[in-house]
Design a protein around this ligand. Structure first.
Ligand code: GLC
Length: 798
C-alpha cells in the first residue's frame, strides 16, 4: 500500500493519503531557526537548540499521534448552528474529517512543505517555509471557494507556545514554568512574553497575520481547547474566539479572521511565527503585507537547494535509484550535515553539541555536492581535535577552538557527561579529508593551520592527521591494535579500556594508507618509514584475527575473542567484514569469503543485520545491546548506517549485482508501495530496521538524522556509480547491476560540467573497457582534469 509518490521533476514527495503510519516529516530552516513539520502540520520550532531554544510545543510520542502543530482551522459559519458546527483543518489532522469527503495532499520539498486540502467546496493550500537565512517561519495560506455560492468562513491560525525554552522544564517542571508567561494582543499578532525577571534575553514570541485582518483572537490554550476536549474539537473553533488572554498556565497564539469568499474567489493569509520582541514582530508582519514577497522567498529557497542538488544528477533505468541519488538521499545528507542530531520527532538535541564521529561522517555525504561547504565543517571538526590527537567526544555548540577543556578535565566531564575518548572518533577524519581534497583538488588544504581544541595550540591539517595516528598508537591494547577505550562505532560494544576492535584496526589501516599518500607528496621520508613500520605490525596482528571464513569482531580486555564462528551468539559481525575490504586489507580470497559469509548469515530482505545471532544468554558486561529486544538496534537489528559500507565494499570487489541488491534492500524508496510495513517516510533513511528475530521484521525507526544518509550516499556515489576523484582527475569505474545497459551522469567537477554516458551493452557488473573524452579515447581509467573543458562529454564503455 502506498500513501504517496515521488515527483522527481519538482523534487518533492507527494503524500496523497494523510493517515500515514507515522508522522512523515520535513525540515525547514536551519538550526539558527529550525522547524520540523509533518504531513499533518505537526511539529515544533526552535532557535539554535531543539532542547533549549524551543518556541512552540510538540508532545513527543503523543496520543493522538503527532500533536500539536501549526494548525489552520476553517469553519463554515453558515453551517454553524450551535451543536451542529461544521469545521475542519487545512491539514487533515487535527480535526481528521472522513477521508471519503476530505481530500488532501502534502508536498514535502527541499526545505518547504505545501499542504493542500479540499472539503465542502473550499480549497486550502498552505506553504510552510523558513526564508533563506531567516529566523522566522511563514505559513502562507491560499483559500479558494470552489463552490458556486458565496461562503462565510472563519479562518483561525493556531500554535501552542512553550513557557520555558528548555524542553524538559517546559514539559515537567510545571510548578515553576506555568507561572512565568502571559500573552497580549496587538492589532495583528498575539505575543507571548516571559516575565522580565525570568532573565531570558529572548523572552518574546509571537504568531502574527499579514494580508488579512484579525477579527478575533485567543492567547490562552486552555480556553481555546476547552476542558476535556482536544485539538480535534476545540471549543474556540466551535464557538469562535472570545479575546481570552493568558496569565500563567498555558498560552497559545490563535488568530481568527472572518471572511466572505465569492464563488471562485481566492484570499491569501500569511502567518508569521518567530521569537522576537514586539517592535520586530510588527515590522516583520508589515513586510509580508506586500504581494509577491512569499513567492520571491520561495523561489530563492528552491533555487538555493536545487542548485546544490544539480551538481550530481543521474539517469539510470531505476527510478528509485534516481529519486534517492538526485533528490532525497542528497537532501537527507544536507539535513544531517546541517542539523547533526539536533532535532527530530525522536529526539530534540538534549545532548547539546555535535558528536565527533557522527559529524565527521555526515560531512562525507555532501563533499561531492558542495565541497567548500564541507571544508568549513572539516575545519571546525579539526578544531575540535585535542592536542593528543583524539576527537572531543562532544563538541559543544559554543565550541571555542583552542580554549576547550577535554575529557582529561573534570569540568568537561561534568558538563558533557563524557569521561573518555573514543578509539574511532579521529580516524573518521581520514576518509573525510581525503574525499574533500580529492573532490576539490585543493591539496594546499593540508598546509592550512587550524587550532586544536585545547591549549591554544595550532597545527597544519597534515599535523592534525599525524596526531590522530599518534593517538591510536599511544593507546594500544594487549595485542597491539587500537584500544577500545569507551567504545568504537558501536555504542553498545564495550570491550574494556584495553579491549580491541578489528573495525577500528581496519580504520587505522585505511588511515595509514591515506596519510602515506600525503607523506609522499610532502617527501616526508622519515614519516613514511614510520607508517610502513606500523602498517607492517598491524598486518601481522590483524592476520591473526581471521577466523575460518570471517574476521572476528575483537578482543575483550580479558582476552576473550568476540565474533568467532563457533560462538553460540554474535558469531558473525558485519562491520569488520565490509571494512576489511574498504581498508584494502587481507587477501582477495579472504575478502570474497568474508563478504560471502555476510550474505549467507546476515542478509535479510531488508538489509544485513549488524551481527547475528542476537545476544540473549551469552552477553557480557560490555554488551550493552542485550537490553534491546532481539532483532532490534545493535542487538541483531539491521542498523542502517553499515548498509552504506556494505554497498561500498561489494562495489570495490566489483560485485555490481550484490552492491545493488544491498542498495535496494536499504533504500526507503523501494518500500514506497509497502509503506505501511516500513512505517517511516519512504523518502528518508532511518537509524535501524527490525530484523528477523522481531515479529515486525522490516519496520524502520528513528527517521532523518542518522549517519545512514552519508554512508549510503558514499556507497552509492563512490561504489555503485564508481565516481572517485583523485588529485589529477577523475576515475569513473562503476559497479552496477548487469541489467543496466546504459545510464548517464551529470556531474560538476571542479567547476566543470561533465556529461557522462555509460554504455554496458554486454551486461557486465564492473570493468571499464574504453573512455572517450570529447571525442578522443584516453589511456587508462583516470580522466585527467587538464583535458576537461567547461563542458565535457565523456563516454564510458563497460
Ligand atoms: C548511533 C550513534 C552513533 C553510533 C551508532 C551505532 O547512531 O549516534 O554514534 O555509531 O548509533 O551504535
Amino acid at each position: 500500500m502506498n500513501y504517496g509518490h515521488f515527483d522527481e521533476k519538482n523534487r518533492e514527495y507527494v503524500i496523497t493519503r494523510p493517515d500515514t503510519p507515522s508522522a512523515w516529516a520535513n525540515y525547514l530552516g536551519s538550526p539558527e531557526y529550525g522547524a520540523i513539520i509533518s504531513n499533518n502540520a505537526g511539529g515544533y520550532s526552535f532557535v539554535k537548540s531543539g532542547a533549549n531554544g524551543r518556541i512552540i510545543r510538540y508532545r513527543f510520542n503523543s496520543v493522538a499521534l503527532d500533536q500539536p502543530g501549526r494548525y489552520i482551522y476553517l469553519r463554515d459559519k453558515d453551517l454553524s448552528a450551535p451543536g451542529a458546527s461544521e469545521y475542519w483543518s487545512a491539514s487533515w489532522a487535527p480535526v481528521c474529517k472522513p477521508l471519503d469527503s476530505y481530500k488532501s495532499e502534502c508536498r514535502h520539498g527541499t526545505a518547504y512543505t505545501v499542504i493542500s486540502s479540499e472539503y465542502r467546496g473550499i480549497g486550502a493550500k498552505t506553504t510552510y517555509y523558513v526564508p533563506l537565512g531567516a529566523t522566522h517561519e511563514v505559513w502562507h495560506l491560499e483559500l479558494t471557494n470552489n463552490s458556486d455560492r458565496p461562503r462565510n468562513l472563519a479562518v483561525t491560525g493556531y500554535c501552542e507556545f512553550v513557557n520555558d525554552n528548555n524542553y524538559e522544564q517546559d514539559q515537567v517542571n510545571l510548578q515553576y514554568t506555568l507561572f512565568i508567561t502571559h500573552t497580549y494582543f496587538k492589532d495583528k499578532f498575539i505575543l507571548q512574553k516571559q516575565n522580565e525577571n525570568f532573565h531570558n534575553p529572548n523572552n518574546e514570541r509571537f504568531l502574527g497575520l499579514a494580508r488579512q485582518k484579525v477579527t478575533a483572537y485567543c492567547g490562552d490554550r486552555d480556553k481555546f481547547v476547552g476542558p476535556y476536549r482536544s485539538y480535534a474539537n476545540p471549543v474556540g473553533i466551535e464557538e469562535g474566539l472570545k479575546g481570552d488572554l493568558n496569565y500563567c498556565d498555558n498560552s497559545c497564539g490563535a488568530l481568527e479572521t472572518s471572511i466572505t469568499l465569492a464563488p471562485g474567489e481566492t484570499k491569501v493569509f500569511t502567518y508569521v511565527l518567530a521569537q522576537k520582541p514586539e517592535k520586530e514582530a510588527a515590522a516583520l508582519i508589515e513586510r509580508y503585507e506586500t504581494e509577491g514577497v512569499v513567492e520571491k522567498e520561495l523561489a530563492e529557497l528552491k533555487n538555493y537547494w536545487h542548485s546544490k542538488l544539480d551538481t550530481l544528477q543521474v539517469h539510470t533505468p531505476d527510478d528509485n535509484f534516481n529519486n534517492m541519488v538526485n533528490v532525497w538521499n542528497a537532501y537527507n545528507c544536507f539535513i544531517t550535515f546541517t542539523w547533526s542530531r539536533a532535532a527530530s520527532f525522536q529526539y530534540c538535541g538534549l545532548r547539546n553539541g555535535f558528536g565527533y564521529r557522527d559529524t565527521v561522517q555526515d560531512i562525507q555525504g555532501i563533499i561531492h555536492l558542495a565541497p567548500e561547504m564541507a571544508a568549513d565543517q572539516i575545519r571546525f571538526m579539526l578544531s575540535a581535535q585535542v592536542t593528543n590527537g583524539a576527537g572531543l567526544p562532544l563538541v559543544k555548540y559554543t565550541h571555542k577552538a583552542g580554549q576547550e577543556n577535554t575529557p582529561d578535565d573534570p569540568e568537561y566531564v561534568k558538563e558533557t557527561g563524557h569521561p573518555s575518548y573514543r578509539a574511532d572518533d579521529a580516524l573518521w577524519l581520514f576518509p573525510t579529508v581525503y574525499k574533500y581534497i580529492s573532490e576539490s583538488g585543493n591539496i594546499a588544504f593540508l598546509d592550512e593551520e587550524i587550532f586544536y581544541a585545547n591549549n591554544g595550540e595550532k597545527g597544519t591539517v597534515y599535523d592534525h592527521l599525524k596526531r590522530a595516528i599518534s593517538f591510536s598508537m599511544n593507546n594500544l591494547g594487549n595485542h597491539g591494535m587500537p584500544a577500545g577505550l569507551h567504545a568504537d562505532w558501536n555504542d553498545c560494544l564495550r570491550l574494556g579500556k584495553k579491549g580491541e576492535s578489528t573495525f577500528v584496526a581496519f580504520q587505522l589501516v585505511y588511515a595509514i594508507k591515506i596519510l602515506k599518500k600525503y607523506a609522499e607528496i610532502k617527501n616526508d621520508a622519515e614519516y613514511i618509514k614510520y607508517l610502513d613500520e606500523i602498517a607492517a605490525k598491524l598486518d601481522t596482528i590483524l592476520a591473526d584475527c581471521w577466523n575460518e571464513d570471517r574476521w572476528i569482531r575483537g578482543y575483550k580486555e580479558d582476552g576473550v575473542v568476540i565474533g568467532k564462528r563457533t560462538d553460540p551468539e554474535a558469531s558473525m559481525w558485519l562491520n569488520p567484514q565490509s571494512w576489511s575490504v574498504i581498508a584494502g586489507f587481507g587477501t582477495k580470497e579472504q575478502q570474497e569469503t568474508a563478504m560471502e559469509s555476510v550474505h549467507r548469515e546476515l542478509n535479510t530482505p531488508y538489509g544485513a543485520m549488524v551481527m547475528y545471532p542476537a545476544y540473549e544468554n551469552h552477553g557480557f558486561n560490555g554488551a550493552l545491546m542485550t537490553c534491546f529486544n532481539k532483532g532490534v538496534k545493535e542487538n541483531a537489528g539491521i542498523f542502517s548506517q553499515p548498509q552504506g559500507w556494505l554497498i561500498l565494499a561489494e562495489s570495490k570487489l566489483g560485485h555490481g549485482n550484490r552492491a545493488f541488491e544491498y542498495w535496494t534492500e536499504a533504500a526507503p524508496a523501494t518500500y514506497n508501495d509497502k509503506a505501511e510495513h516500513r512505517a517511516l517516510e519512504p523518502y528518508v533513511y532511518g537509524q535501524f530496521v527490525e530484523a528477523k528475530d522481531s515479529p515486525f521484521a522490516g519496520r524502520a525507526h528513528v527517521h532523518w538524522l542518522t549517519g545512514t544518509a552519508s554512508t549510503v550516499m558514499v556507497g552509492t556515489v563512490e561504489g555503485i556509480l564508481g565516481i572517485n576523484p583523485e588529485a589529477e582527475g577523475l576515475v569513473i569505474n562503476p559497479s552496477i547491476p548487469s541489467e543496466w545497459k546504459s545510464f548517464t551522469i551529470e556531474k560538476t567537477f571542479r567547476g566543470k560540467k561533465l556529461f557522462v554516458k555509460i554504455e554496458n551493452p554486454n551486461g557486465s557488473q564492473h570493468g571499464v573497457k574504453k573512455i572517450t573524452v570529447d571525442g578522443s579515447v584516453i589511456e587508462g581509467i583516470l580522466i585527467p582534469e587538464k583535458i576537461l573543458k567547461d563542458k565535457s562529454e565523456i563516454i564510458i564503455e563497460m
